[in-house]
Design a protein around this ligand. Structure first.
Ligand SMILES: [Zn+2]
Length: 226
């Protein structure tokens, strides 16, 4: 029966990924981040990081807009202790509401403010929407039967497949990574490494040709980024 449940989960969603879930101190991130800290301190003295978004305050963060959902149960080991449904991040809307835990929402906010928005500030009038390819879903990593449950099954992961600009244009991972937007996408991929514990993209494997997988798993050796 459990096996049937697992298989049912598998067919529900897109490509997958995931990692271990232990939380550990992220000291090496902090040590490596002195330069980043200075950059952030200067970059945010007057900009949106200090400004609340109307309706914001989700997870205690003025830049996160959405609703508190509360506990999400199973099946099996799947579920989220305290789930939130995120609608927009620092003024950038999500193409679909993302069911995640607060740590995931906060990591996404850090990446949107610190990388995605500034990287795309001069492209098509600026970033207005992230295309969310997957959020909460009870399934195994990469949909492989018998594999560990993905971080998606715990509300600790989000997949982003495209970026929509104010002028309506769109940059997709599938076309952009090896196209003219490659440099920008690679910069955003690199910058996610830190806010997120696991970052996977087109150079990771065949399962990630068309999206970034971000999750907040903690790894003993620091962030895992491919
Ligand atoms: Zn994923």
């Amino acid at each position: 029966m459990t096996r049937f449940l697992m298989l049912g989960c598998l067919v529900l969603t897109l490509a997958a990924c995931g990692a271990r879930t232990e939380r550990a101190p992220s000291g090496d991130r902090d040590l490596a981040g002195v330069g980043g800290f200075l950059k952030r301190a200067f970059a945010t003295s007057s900009d949106e990081k200090m400004t609340s978004v109307p309706g914001g305050g989700l997870c205690g963060d003025p830049l996160l807009v959405g609703e508190v959902v509360g506990p999400v149960d199973g099946p099996g080991v799947c579920g989220i202790g305290q789930a939130v449904s995120v609608q927009s991040v620092a003024g950038v809307r999500l193409s679909q509401k993302a069911l995640v835990e607060c740590a995931t929402a906060q990591a996404l906010r850090e990446w949107v403010v610190g990388s995605a928005k500034p990287t795309l500030a001069k492209t098509g009038g600026g970033l207005v929407e992230l295309k969310v390819a997957a959020h909460y879903a009870c399934r195994t990593r990469n949909h492989q039967p018998g594999a560990r449950i993905s971080e998606h099954g715990k509300g600790r992961a989000i997949d982003i497949s495209a970026f929509r600009m104010a002028d309506g244009s769109e940059i997709t991972l599938l076309k952009g990574w090896r196209g003219k937007s490659g440099d920008k996408l690679k910069a955003m991929h690199a910058a996610a490494c830190g806010p997120f514990g696991t970052v996977l993209g087109p150079k990771a494997d065949r399962h990630h040709q068309d999206h970034f997988h971000f999750d907040v798993a903690q790894h003993r050796s620091g962030s895992y980024c491919r």
